[in-house]
Design a protein. Sequence first.
Length: 398
Amino acid sequence: MELISTDKKNAVLKSMARILDEMRGEIIAENKKDLDAFDPNDRAMYDRLIVNDAKVDGMISAVNQVHDMPDPVGKVLADRTLDNGLHIQNKTAPFGTILIIYESRPDVTIEAAVLAFKANSKILLKGGKEAKNSNIILEKAWHKALEENGLKTDWIRLMTLPREETQAFLRNPSEQLDLIVPRGGERLISFVKEHAQCPVLVSGRGNNFLYVDKEADWNKTLEVILNAKTDKISACNALDKILIDENLPEYKQKVVELNTILREAGVEVLADEHVAELDSDSIKVENEDTWYEEFLAMKSVVATVDSLENAIETINKYSGGHSSTIMTSNNDRAAKFMEQIDSAAVYQNASTRFTDGGAMGVGAELAISTDKLHHRGPLGLDQLVTNKYYVYGDGQVR
């Protein structure tokens, strides 16, 4: 992989920020073609698909943000000289070629590409057919920025293959792939893992949980739940399941109050058998599959647990390993929860909506990884590199 200088990469990003602004009208017009062909009743997907002035501003901001970040390639991670005189450095290095598969969100076409390019990797963008027109115009903008700065357009390429041909490409790629990031449902992720000939970094489902401990501040709890559930239902960091400790003071009244507030906010309340007995307006969960489901909708399960240990066991069984919150004023219980919950991000007294590159200070992100290798959580610029050993000798033999 040819290494591009930091100055050259930043010049491309500076051009890209300007071009996005100049092409703003074209981008929004092409996006309208996608919106006109889409069913607005699928609210979560529709919200992800929309590109308006605010979204374009966000794309420009993401490009500028990465422009201002240090180059992640060539950083010295370790430097030592051995007794035999060998000088060994471990330095960050590009992956090579990254394939990302995603649905709906045209802003991923900007954020994924800007991160991969600054990390000196080529990227293949396999967006969903529902965003085809939006992605084509955004690829055109990228190619203008690359050509302006004397680089080939193959650094950033859009794949418009239909599903069957994409699957065939994964089975037998026509070029070397060094990393695949599937952002989609379980079927897509399973297929990619089965057929990929290179490392796969999974951006998994959300299905995030919040546990209300017996020592929770109730007013803070209500605020956090409403934000996590209703702020953006199409996000993978939205809240789906709420577990309430039956030892919480005034437990029964608070369950009814929470459910009433959720319904007033437009949330459909599903309930386990204990909560259903307290609140006749809730809908009893009849199928265990509901516990595994990421809703991406104004819907939430409210259930009862009898202990912190029960909450931990339930969350680790059903959650997507994305984000989990405990509401409590007891720091020792919070520490136990946060240490034992198997999620990429764990919170005390805060909304799961913060599991996001920008909100966590990482900057633009490629995805939220729920894998444990090589990175977990927001995949920002510093996480889009691998490493390589440089060994300098003077004729040493072993």
